[in-house]
Design a protein around this ligand. Structure first.
Ligand code: GYE
Length: 311
């Protein structure tokens, strides 16, 4: 009878949860897929999702979180646009006893201000990209340009750090230009154009490292317009594994990418359901995988597989 009662009343159903989601915006294909999958995951679990798009602004995220607290939601998901400045609003959520789960980016705040963070190892991603480049150029001199993500965001900080770690001790590789492209295609293209101009029309550039695929896709366009061949004249390595980069890889115009799953919400909702059911506290970090793909990995096949998975 006890077991039956437990089944009837204590099942791990998330169905009666209302969850607020403060999303950054839609700067990249990866971000758009994350939004789609979060909505799908909520729907399939019967979760009532309140979605707020912050248009890249932290102040909008803070407003959205305050409004979720005022509405008395059961939990809050937040993809924090930048790493700092969260202490006050996270403390307000904690005081209201509303668990917060960080999605895809981390914050510089005390760990007890959130339940868990579902992210990749962002330093490791940069490291994987850097190691690929070190191995590929195999000791040859190589001037690298870097397109950084959004200034002050944890992926921009960590992907830079991990990449630099991989390059350190390899004096043949030098980062000659590094600037933000804000994780967007448009800015990726714009900033790459300025890099090309500044580096002898691109002839002095051997490789591009972009903190996400969208900036790489924009930069590939700029490289072509400058009359050079992306993927051969200038090697291209980036992060996310969105469908478009596999098309570019199939065309020989991109070389490598590090995969980031857009399904951060699935593990987040699982953790929230267990927490809600019997107070199970998840680990502080739910880490997603980071797999390297190159042109050898049948990019068109991966493209087909990716299409439809939120993209
Ligand atoms: O790589 C990029 C997006 O926060 C880790 O944000 C995420 C990054 C992702 O805009 O495409």
């Amino acid at each position: 009878a006890t077991i039956l009662a437990a089944c009837m009343f204590g099942s791990a159903s998330a169905a009666d949860m209302t969850v607020g989601f403060s999303q950054i915006g839609s700067e990249s294909g990866w971000r758009a897929a994350e939004t789609t999958l979060t909505k799908q995951q909520a729907e399939s679990r019967g979760i009532d999702l309140k979605f707020a798009d912050a248009q890249q602004k932290q102040e909008n995220q803070i407003k959205a979180i305050r409004s979720f607290i005022a509405q008395g939601v059961d939990a809050i998901l937040v993809a924090p646009v930048v790493a700092t400045g969260w202490d006050d609003v996270l403390t307000e959520a904690k005081d209201a006893e509303i668990p917060v789960v960080l999605l895809d980016r981390t914050v510089d705040a005390s760990e007890d201000l959130y339940l868990t963070a579902v992210t990749s190892d962002l330093v490791h991603e940069g490291n994987v990209a850097g190691k690929w480049l070190v191995d590929t150029v195999a000791g040859k001199p190589c001037n690298v340009v870097e397109l950084q993500g959004t200034t002050g965001s944890s992926p921009a900080i960590d992907r830079k750090k991990g990449f630099e770690q991989a390059l350190s001790g390899n004096d043949n590789l030098k980062i000659v230009r590094s600037q933000t492209g804000d994780f967007t295609r448009t800015k990726g293209k714009e900033v790459m154009e300025s890099f090309l101009k500044a580096e002898n029309g691109g002839k002095d550039i051997c490789a591009l490292y972009a903190h996400n695929d969208d900036m790489a896709v924009g930069a590939i366009q700029a490289i072509k317009e400058a009359g050079l061949k992306p993927g051969t004249d200038i090697l291209v390595v980036s992060i996310d594994a969105v469908p478009d980069i596999f098309q570019a890889m199939a065309a020989g115009e991109a070389n490598a990418t590090v995969e980031l799953t857009p399904n951060m919400a699935g593990p987040a909702f699982d953790a929230l359901a267990a927490y809600k059911k019997d107070g199970t506290v998840p680990p502080k970090w739910i880490q997603t995988e980071s797999k390297l793909y190159t042109q050898k990995d049948d990019p068109m096949k991966v493209y087909e597989e990716k299409k439809g998975l939120g993209y």
